[in-house]
Design a protein around this ligand. Structure first.
Ligand code: ASP
Length: 333
């Protein structure tokens, strides 16, 4: 064999060897995608149980289990307005077994509120799919001395030093939307943080706090039972689940517009086929009649098919960061 042949042979072997090790390296991943999920999936809810994010996530996840043929465990990890859990999941192994139910707070409003946020909603996550839109309502304890929004506004302006507003931590939806409301009304009440609006709602029902801005899914049952007061809904239209609650425009504060949303995110670099499987399972759940009824009865807005893709969620997060940054930066900095 001459020198040239030897070089060609060596290169050939080298190439063959690298090709083999390349195949060996991707094979388990490819097979893993095909078999995914072969063990339970964990969805971290960044707030306490029984709050809006928890409720929406559990309704959809229970139906996703049928499609994915695997258990989905919900873990409530609270703290820092949801950013503790989001930081944890951003650092989790990107294999599709650890996900987060993020929302307008953790994946948008937290950006201007935490200058040293340990994650970026898009740089450190793969958007998987939107679960539900959740309008915000202005709520108060049932014996709050105001019969309608106009009276509420006069009362809070006159008594701001004596008032407590409940929220789920800096960065949460309840915090950010009431910061917006309070800045529009030019009032500075005392904020009382809870690990989620589940426990915050219990405090409101018990009269331990005066008012709160919360997502509709948490508010429909206590409004209907008369356990709390609702002054208005911060969306252009009334909700079919609360037909008697006027819009902010009808009630006299049209500039207060706030709608939250809840969505599933995976750590960055979660393989695309896994994201696609999870996204399809969400979409199938959102088409299920029983799931739709439960979500709609609680006033949530079910995303239409084109709004359910990871690309649509990326666009939503981008526009929400752009929307909330100028609103919250001047208030908090
Ligand atoms: N979504 C939160 C919860 O489930 C509350 C919030 O963001 O205000 O408790």
């Amino acid at each position: 064999m001459n020198r040239g042949d030897l070089i060609v042979r060596r290169f050939g072997l080298l190439f063959f060897g690298s090709a083999l090790s390349f195949l060996a390296s991707i094979l388990p991943t490819v097979t893993a995608h095909a078999e995914y999920p072969d063990r339970p999936i964990k969805i971290v809810v960044p707030f306490a149980a029984d709050g809006p994010t928890d409720v929406v996530t559990r309704i959809v996840a229970a139906r996703m289990e049928q499609t994915l043929k695997q258990k989905i465990q919900i873990e409530n990890v609270t703290g820092a307005g949801g950013t503790t859990a989001a930081t944890l999941v951003a650092r989790a192994f990107p294999d599709g077994y650890t996900l987060i139910a993020g929302h307008m707070g953790t994946h948008a409003a937290a950006v201007p509120l935490y200058p040293k946020l340990a994650y970026h909603p898009l740089k450190n996550f793969e958007p998987v799919g939107l679960l539900a839109g959740t309008p915000i309502l202005i709520l108060a304890r049932k014996d709050f001395p105001a019969a309608n929004l106009k009276e509420f506004i006069s009362y809070v302006k006159a008594n701001t030093d004596r008032l407590n507003v409940a929220h789920a931590g800096v960065g949460s939806v309840s915090y950010s939307s009431c910061e917006l409301l309070n800045s529009l009304l030019k009032i500075r009440p005392t904020g009382v943080p809870y690990p989620g609006t589940g426990p915050a709602m219990s405090a409101l029902i018990e009269g331990q706090v005066d008012y709160m801005c919360d997502q509709i899914v948490n508010a429909v049952p206590p409004i209907k039972s008369g356990a709390i007061k609702a002054y208005s809904i911060a969306t252009p239209e009334r909700s079919a689940s609360l037909p008697d609650v006027p819009t902010v425009k009808e009630a006299g504060l049209p500039e207060f517009q706030a709608q939250a949303w809840n969505a599933i995110f995976a750590p960055k670099h979660t393989p695309a086929p896994i994201v696609a499987k999870l996204n399809a399972a969400i979409s199938e759940a959102l088409d299920d009649e029983a799931v739709r009824k439960r979500l709609l009865d609680l006033g949530s807005i079910i995303p239409k098919t084109p709004d359910r893709t990871p690309t649509a969620l990326t666009a939503l997060v981008t526009s929400e960061i752009a929307k909330w940054t100028p609103v919250l930066k001047p208030i908090t900095n």
